[in-house]
Ligand binder design. Structure first.
Ligand SMILES: Cc1ncc(COP(=O)(O)O)c(C=O)c1O
Length: 361
Protein backbone atom coordinates (compact mmCIF):
# COMPACT_ATOMS: atom_id res chain seq x y z
CA UNK A 1 0.00 0.00 0.00
CA UNK A 2 1.23 3.49 -0.82
CA UNK A 3 1.85 5.70 2.20
CA UNK A 4 2.31 9.46 2.48
CA UNK A 5 6.05 8.94 2.66
CA UNK A 6 6.04 7.33 -0.79
CA UNK A 7 4.53 10.42 -2.41
CA UNK A 8 6.56 13.34 -3.77
CA UNK A 9 5.24 15.62 -1.01
CA UNK A 10 6.56 19.17 -0.57
CA UNK A 11 9.51 18.98 1.85
CA UNK A 12 7.94 21.50 4.23
CA UNK A 13 4.80 19.34 4.58
CA UNK A 14 6.66 16.13 5.47
CA UNK A 15 5.93 14.91 9.00
CA UNK A 16 2.99 17.27 9.52
CA UNK A 17 -0.38 16.09 10.78
CA UNK A 18 -3.72 17.47 9.58
CA UNK A 19 -5.70 19.76 11.91
CA UNK A 20 -8.01 17.52 13.86
CA UNK A 21 -10.05 18.17 16.96
CA UNK A 22 -11.54 14.77 17.82
CA UNK A 23 -15.07 14.37 16.39
CA UNK A 24 -16.45 11.87 18.90
CA UNK A 25 -20.06 10.88 19.35
CA UNK A 26 -20.55 11.72 23.03
CA UNK A 27 -23.54 13.25 24.86
CA UNK A 28 -21.85 16.56 25.76
CA UNK A 29 -19.60 18.03 23.07
CA UNK A 30 -17.76 21.07 24.39
CA UNK A 31 -14.53 20.91 22.41
CA UNK A 32 -14.85 23.05 19.27
CA UNK A 33 -16.59 26.21 20.50
CA UNK A 34 -19.67 25.69 18.37
CA UNK A 35 -22.98 27.25 19.35
CA UNK A 36 -24.82 24.47 21.21
CA UNK A 37 -28.26 25.73 20.19
CA UNK A 38 -29.75 24.14 17.06
CA UNK A 39 -30.99 26.42 14.28
CA UNK A 40 -34.51 27.61 15.26
CA UNK A 41 -37.43 26.32 13.18
CA UNK A 42 -38.24 29.77 11.71
CA UNK A 43 -34.69 30.04 10.41
CA UNK A 44 -34.70 26.45 9.12
CA UNK A 45 -37.77 27.38 7.07
CA UNK A 46 -36.21 30.60 5.81
CA UNK A 47 -33.04 28.77 4.74
CA UNK A 48 -35.10 26.06 3.01
CA UNK A 49 -37.05 28.67 1.08
CA UNK A 50 -33.92 30.56 0.09
CA UNK A 51 -32.24 27.37 -1.14
CA UNK A 52 -35.37 26.24 -2.97
CA UNK A 53 -35.44 29.53 -4.87
CA UNK A 54 -31.93 28.89 -6.21
CA UNK A 55 -32.19 25.22 -7.16
CA UNK A 56 -33.34 25.66 -10.76
CA UNK A 57 -30.43 27.95 -11.49
CA UNK A 58 -27.73 25.67 -10.17
CA UNK A 59 -26.76 25.09 -13.81
CA UNK A 60 -25.19 28.57 -13.56
CA UNK A 61 -22.11 29.57 -11.59
CA UNK A 62 -22.70 31.64 -8.46
CA UNK A 63 -22.11 35.39 -8.20
CA UNK A 64 -18.31 35.29 -8.13
CA UNK A 65 -18.15 38.42 -6.03
CA UNK A 66 -21.01 37.52 -3.64
CA UNK A 67 -22.21 41.13 -3.86
CA UNK A 68 -25.58 40.80 -2.13
CA UNK A 69 -24.14 38.75 0.72
CA UNK A 70 -21.27 41.21 1.21
CA UNK A 71 -23.74 44.09 1.38
CA UNK A 72 -25.72 42.20 4.06
CA UNK A 73 -22.54 41.50 6.04
CA UNK A 74 -21.48 45.16 5.84
CA UNK A 75 -24.92 46.18 7.08
CA UNK A 76 -24.57 43.78 10.02
CA UNK A 77 -21.12 45.09 10.93
CA UNK A 78 -22.10 48.78 10.80
CA UNK A 79 -19.18 51.18 11.48
CA UNK A 80 -19.95 52.87 8.12
CA UNK A 81 -18.70 49.81 6.20
CA UNK A 82 -19.96 48.97 2.71
CA UNK A 83 -19.73 45.86 0.55
CA UNK A 84 -16.46 47.27 -0.87
CA UNK A 85 -14.89 46.81 2.60
CA UNK A 86 -16.10 43.23 3.04
CA UNK A 87 -15.05 39.90 1.55
CA UNK A 88 -16.60 36.48 2.25
CA UNK A 89 -15.40 32.88 1.95
CA UNK A 90 -16.04 29.35 3.23
CA UNK A 91 -15.24 30.05 6.88
CA UNK A 92 -12.80 32.56 8.30
CA UNK A 93 -10.10 29.90 7.91
CA UNK A 94 -10.41 30.29 4.15
CA UNK A 95 -10.31 34.07 4.52
CA UNK A 96 -7.07 33.79 6.51
CA UNK A 97 -5.63 31.38 3.98
CA UNK A 98 -6.41 33.84 1.19
CA UNK A 99 -4.75 36.64 3.19
CA UNK A 100 -1.60 34.54 3.56
CA UNK A 101 -1.68 33.67 -0.13
CA UNK A 102 -1.64 37.38 -0.99
CA UNK A 103 0.51 38.87 1.76
CA UNK A 104 2.58 35.85 2.89
CA UNK A 105 4.01 32.99 0.82
CA UNK A 106 7.54 31.77 0.06
CA UNK A 107 10.24 34.12 1.34
CA UNK A 108 7.77 35.88 3.65
CA UNK A 109 6.85 35.45 7.30
CA UNK A 110 3.89 35.63 9.66
CA UNK A 111 3.98 36.12 13.42
CA UNK A 112 1.41 35.24 16.08
CA UNK A 113 1.56 35.38 19.87
CA UNK A 114 1.41 31.83 21.20
CA UNK A 115 -0.80 30.40 22.61
CA UNK A 116 -3.29 31.63 20.02
CA UNK A 117 -5.46 30.01 17.37
CA UNK A 118 -3.68 26.83 16.25
CA UNK A 119 -4.76 27.19 12.61
CA UNK A 120 -2.76 30.39 12.06
CA UNK A 121 0.63 28.57 12.00
CA UNK A 122 -0.87 25.69 10.00
CA UNK A 123 -2.22 28.06 7.37
CA UNK A 124 1.17 29.75 7.26
CA UNK A 125 2.92 26.44 6.59
CA UNK A 126 0.37 25.44 3.95
CA UNK A 127 0.97 28.70 2.08
CA UNK A 128 4.77 28.42 2.34
CA UNK A 129 4.92 31.32 4.80
CA UNK A 130 7.59 31.11 7.53
CA UNK A 131 5.87 31.07 10.92
CA UNK A 132 7.30 33.00 13.87
CA UNK A 133 6.09 32.01 17.34
CA UNK A 134 5.72 35.25 19.29
CA UNK A 135 5.70 35.03 23.09
CA UNK A 136 3.21 35.92 25.81
CA UNK A 137 4.07 36.13 29.50
CA UNK A 138 3.24 33.41 32.04
CA UNK A 139 -0.35 34.71 32.48
CA UNK A 140 -0.85 34.52 28.68
CA UNK A 141 -0.82 38.30 28.76
CA UNK A 142 0.81 40.64 26.28
CA UNK A 143 1.85 44.23 26.99
CA UNK A 144 1.97 46.86 24.22
CA UNK A 145 5.75 47.14 24.68
CA UNK A 146 6.36 43.38 24.47
CA UNK A 147 4.14 43.01 21.41
CA UNK A 148 5.66 45.95 19.55
CA UNK A 149 9.23 44.84 20.40
CA UNK A 150 8.62 41.39 18.88
CA UNK A 151 7.15 42.87 15.72
CA UNK A 152 10.09 45.26 15.43
CA UNK A 153 12.55 42.42 15.99
CA UNK A 154 11.10 40.03 13.39
CA UNK A 155 9.51 42.49 10.93
CA UNK A 156 6.93 39.91 9.75
CA UNK A 157 4.89 40.44 6.58
CA UNK A 158 1.74 39.45 8.46
CA UNK A 159 0.92 39.71 12.18
CA UNK A 160 -1.96 37.65 13.58
CA UNK A 161 -3.74 38.85 16.69
CA UNK A 162 -6.78 37.10 18.05
CA UNK A 163 -9.45 38.93 20.02
CA UNK A 164 -10.93 37.33 22.05
CA UNK A 165 -7.93 35.05 21.95
CA UNK A 166 -8.31 31.32 21.47
CA UNK A 167 -7.54 29.30 23.62
CA UNK A 168 -7.38 31.81 26.49
CA UNK A 169 -10.71 33.54 25.72
CA UNK A 170 -9.45 36.97 26.75
CA UNK A 171 -10.05 40.03 24.56
CA UNK A 172 -7.03 41.94 23.31
CA UNK A 173 -6.08 45.16 25.07
CA UNK A 174 -6.71 47.86 22.41
CA UNK A 175 -3.38 49.43 23.40
CA UNK A 176 -1.60 46.24 22.24
CA UNK A 177 -3.30 46.42 18.87
CA UNK A 178 -2.40 50.08 18.42
CA UNK A 179 1.21 49.42 19.44
CA UNK A 180 1.47 46.62 16.87
CA UNK A 181 -0.24 48.65 14.14
CA UNK A 182 2.15 51.53 14.73
CA UNK A 183 5.27 49.44 14.11
CA UNK A 184 4.14 46.58 11.82
CA UNK A 185 5.81 46.78 8.42
CA UNK A 186 3.11 44.61 6.79
CA UNK A 187 -0.48 43.51 7.32
CA UNK A 188 -2.09 43.11 10.75
CA UNK A 189 -4.91 40.58 10.91
CA UNK A 190 -7.19 40.63 13.94
CA UNK A 191 -9.16 37.39 14.20
CA UNK A 192 -12.45 38.31 15.88
CA UNK A 193 -14.20 34.94 15.51
CA UNK A 194 -15.78 35.35 18.97
CA UNK A 195 -16.36 39.12 18.97
CA UNK A 196 -20.11 38.84 19.66
CA UNK A 197 -19.42 37.19 23.03
CA UNK A 198 -17.12 39.94 24.36
CA UNK A 199 -17.90 41.51 27.72
CA UNK A 200 -19.52 44.95 27.60
CA UNK A 201 -17.13 47.79 26.77
CA UNK A 202 -14.75 45.65 24.69
CA UNK A 203 -14.07 47.61 21.50
CA UNK A 204 -13.82 45.83 18.14
CA UNK A 205 -10.80 46.42 15.92
CA UNK A 206 -13.36 47.56 13.34
CA UNK A 207 -13.24 50.98 15.00
CA UNK A 208 -9.60 51.36 13.85
CA UNK A 209 -10.16 50.51 10.18
CA UNK A 210 -10.41 54.14 9.00
CA UNK A 211 -6.98 54.90 10.50
CA UNK A 212 -5.05 51.81 9.39
CA UNK A 213 -5.25 50.68 5.72
CA UNK A 214 -3.21 47.55 6.51
CA UNK A 215 -5.52 46.33 9.24
CA UNK A 216 -7.81 43.38 8.46
CA UNK A 217 -10.54 42.14 10.81
CA UNK A 218 -11.78 38.59 10.25
CA UNK A 219 -15.13 37.37 11.51
CA UNK A 220 -17.23 34.23 11.20
CA UNK A 221 -20.84 33.07 11.28
CA UNK A 222 -19.68 29.76 12.84
CA UNK A 223 -19.95 30.85 16.48
CA UNK A 224 -22.53 33.45 17.57
CA UNK A 225 -24.77 32.78 14.53
CA UNK A 226 -24.64 29.01 15.07
CA UNK A 227 -23.80 28.47 11.39
CA UNK A 228 -20.59 26.43 11.68
CA UNK A 229 -21.89 23.78 9.27
CA UNK A 230 -22.82 26.46 6.72
CA UNK A 231 -19.15 27.61 6.47
CA UNK A 232 -19.24 31.35 6.15
CA UNK A 233 -16.43 33.63 7.23
CA UNK A 234 -15.65 37.18 6.18
CA UNK A 235 -13.27 40.08 6.54
CA UNK A 236 -13.58 43.82 6.84
CA UNK A 237 -10.72 46.01 5.63
CA UNK A 238 -9.76 48.80 3.30
CA UNK A 239 -11.31 48.15 -0.17
CA UNK A 240 -7.78 47.69 -1.59
CA UNK A 241 -7.40 44.58 0.62
CA UNK A 242 -10.62 43.17 -0.83
CA UNK A 243 -9.23 43.75 -4.33
CA UNK A 244 -6.02 42.02 -3.27
CA UNK A 245 -7.68 38.81 -2.03
CA UNK A 246 -9.60 38.61 -5.28
CA UNK A 247 -6.23 37.93 -6.94
CA UNK A 248 -6.00 34.54 -5.22
CA UNK A 249 -9.56 33.41 -4.56
CA UNK A 250 -10.75 30.53 -6.69
CA UNK A 251 -13.37 31.63 -9.19
CA UNK A 252 -16.83 30.86 -7.77
CA UNK A 253 -15.37 29.79 -4.42
CA UNK A 254 -18.61 30.52 -2.55
CA UNK A 255 -21.49 28.37 -3.80
CA UNK A 256 -24.89 29.81 -4.66
CA UNK A 257 -26.35 27.68 -1.87
CA UNK A 258 -23.90 28.98 0.74
CA UNK A 259 -24.57 32.58 -0.26
CA UNK A 260 -28.35 32.09 -0.16
CA UNK A 261 -28.31 30.26 3.18
CA UNK A 262 -26.02 32.84 4.78
CA UNK A 263 -28.28 35.67 3.62
CA UNK A 264 -31.33 33.93 5.08
CA UNK A 265 -29.48 33.53 8.38
CA UNK A 266 -28.40 37.18 8.44
CA UNK A 267 -31.99 38.24 7.87
CA UNK A 268 -32.85 36.52 11.18
CA UNK A 269 -29.88 37.78 13.10
CA UNK A 270 -31.84 39.15 16.06
CA UNK A 271 -33.35 35.75 16.76
CA UNK A 272 -30.07 33.89 16.25
CA UNK A 273 -27.96 36.26 18.30
CA UNK A 274 -30.39 35.94 21.21
CA UNK A 275 -28.48 32.78 22.18
CA UNK A 276 -25.37 34.89 22.78
CA UNK A 277 -26.63 36.27 26.09
CA UNK A 278 -27.61 32.82 27.35
CA UNK A 279 -24.21 31.42 26.39
CA UNK A 280 -22.42 34.33 28.08
CA UNK A 281 -24.32 33.54 31.30
CA UNK A 282 -23.09 29.96 31.12
CA UNK A 283 -19.55 31.14 30.39
CA UNK A 284 -19.60 33.42 33.43
CA UNK A 285 -21.06 30.63 35.52
CA UNK A 286 -18.24 28.25 34.51
CA UNK A 287 -15.60 30.91 35.28
CA UNK A 288 -17.17 31.73 38.65
CA UNK A 289 -17.74 28.14 39.74
CA UNK A 290 -14.29 26.89 38.78
CA UNK A 291 -12.67 29.85 40.56
CA UNK A 292 -14.75 29.14 43.68
CA UNK A 293 -13.44 25.59 43.54
CA UNK A 294 -9.86 26.88 43.50
CA UNK A 295 -8.97 26.60 39.81
CA UNK A 296 -7.00 29.28 37.97
CA UNK A 297 -9.22 30.45 35.13
CA UNK A 298 -8.43 32.89 32.32
CA UNK A 299 -10.81 35.86 31.90
CA UNK A 300 -13.16 35.04 29.05
CA UNK A 301 -14.80 37.26 26.43
CA UNK A 302 -15.62 34.23 24.30
CA UNK A 303 -17.94 31.21 24.38
CA UNK A 304 -15.29 29.07 26.05
CA UNK A 305 -13.17 28.99 29.17
CA UNK A 306 -9.54 28.01 29.71
CA UNK A 307 -8.92 26.57 33.17
CA UNK A 308 -6.10 24.95 35.08
CA UNK A 309 -6.92 21.39 36.09
CA UNK A 310 -4.37 21.00 38.89
CA UNK A 311 -2.37 18.09 37.45
CA UNK A 312 -1.96 16.35 34.12
CA UNK A 313 -4.57 17.77 31.74
CA UNK A 314 -4.55 14.55 29.67
CA UNK A 315 -5.76 12.55 32.67
CA UNK A 316 -8.58 15.00 33.40
CA UNK A 317 -9.51 15.18 29.69
CA UNK A 318 -9.90 11.39 29.64
CA UNK A 319 -11.79 11.35 32.95
CA UNK A 320 -14.26 13.92 31.54
CA UNK A 321 -14.63 11.89 28.36
CA UNK A 322 -15.30 8.76 30.43
CA UNK A 323 -18.26 10.73 31.85
CA UNK A 324 -19.53 11.68 28.40
CA UNK A 325 -18.09 15.22 28.37
CA UNK A 326 -15.71 16.10 25.54
CA UNK A 327 -13.54 19.18 26.14
CA UNK A 328 -10.36 20.33 24.39
CA UNK A 329 -6.77 19.61 25.28
CA UNK A 330 -5.06 22.46 23.45
CA UNK A 331 -1.61 21.17 24.36
CA UNK A 332 -1.01 23.61 27.23
CA UNK A 333 0.40 21.53 30.10
CA UNK A 334 -2.03 21.62 33.04
CA UNK A 335 -4.84 23.46 31.23
CA UNK A 336 -8.03 22.47 29.39
CA UNK A 337 -10.56 24.47 27.38
CA UNK A 338 -14.32 23.99 27.67
CA UNK A 339 -17.04 25.49 25.46
CA UNK A 340 -19.94 27.30 27.14
CA UNK A 341 -23.22 25.97 25.80
CA UNK A 342 -26.62 25.22 27.31
CA UNK A 343 -27.28 25.24 31.10
CA UNK A 344 -27.64 21.43 30.95
CA UNK A 345 -24.23 21.07 29.31
CA UNK A 346 -22.69 23.31 31.98
CA UNK A 347 -24.37 21.18 34.67
CA UNK A 348 -22.91 18.00 33.16
CA UNK A 349 -19.43 19.49 32.89
CA UNK A 350 -19.36 20.97 36.40
CA UNK A 351 -20.81 17.78 37.90
CA UNK A 352 -18.18 15.66 36.16
CA UNK A 353 -15.44 17.98 37.46
CA UNK A 354 -16.69 17.49 41.05
CA UNK A 355 -16.69 13.71 40.61
CA UNK A 356 -13.18 13.76 39.17
CA UNK A 357 -11.89 15.98 42.00
CA UNK A 358 -13.46 13.65 44.57
CA UNK A 359 -11.85 10.62 42.92
CA UNK A 360 -8.42 12.24 42.90
CA UNK A 361 -8.41 13.14 46.63
C1 LIG B 1 -9.97 32.13 16.68
C2 LIG B 1 -10.67 31.38 15.60
N1 LIG B 1 -10.67 31.85 14.36
C3 LIG B 1 -11.29 31.22 13.37
C4 LIG B 1 -11.94 30.03 13.59
C5 LIG B 1 -12.52 29.29 12.43
O1 LIG B 1 -13.72 29.72 12.09
P1 LIG B 1 -14.45 29.30 10.75
O2 LIG B 1 -15.42 28.26 11.14
O3 LIG B 1 -15.06 30.59 10.32
O4 LIG B 1 -13.44 28.83 9.76
C6 LIG B 1 -11.99 29.49 14.86
C7 LIG B 1 -12.70 28.21 15.09
O5 LIG B 1 -12.65 27.60 16.10
C8 LIG B 1 -11.33 30.17 15.88
O6 LIG B 1 -11.30 29.69 17.13
Amino acid sequence: MTSLDDLPLRDDLRGLRPYGAPQLDVPVRLNTNENSYPVPETVVEAISKALQAELRELNRYPDRDARALRADLADYLGHGLTSAHVWAANGSNEIQQQLLQVFGGPGRSALGFTPAYSMHPLLAVATGTRWIDGRRNADFDLTPQEAAAQVEEHRPDVVFLCSPNNPTGTALDPAVLRAVLDVAPGMVVVDEAYAEFARPGTPSALTLLPDYPRLVVTRTMSKAFGFAGGRLGYLAANPAVVEAVQLVRLPYHLSTLTQAAARAVLAHRDLLLSTVEVIKEQRDRIVRTLRERGHRVADSDANFVLFEVGGDQRVVWQALLDRGVLVRDVGLPGWLRVTAGTPEETDAFLRAMVEIARERT
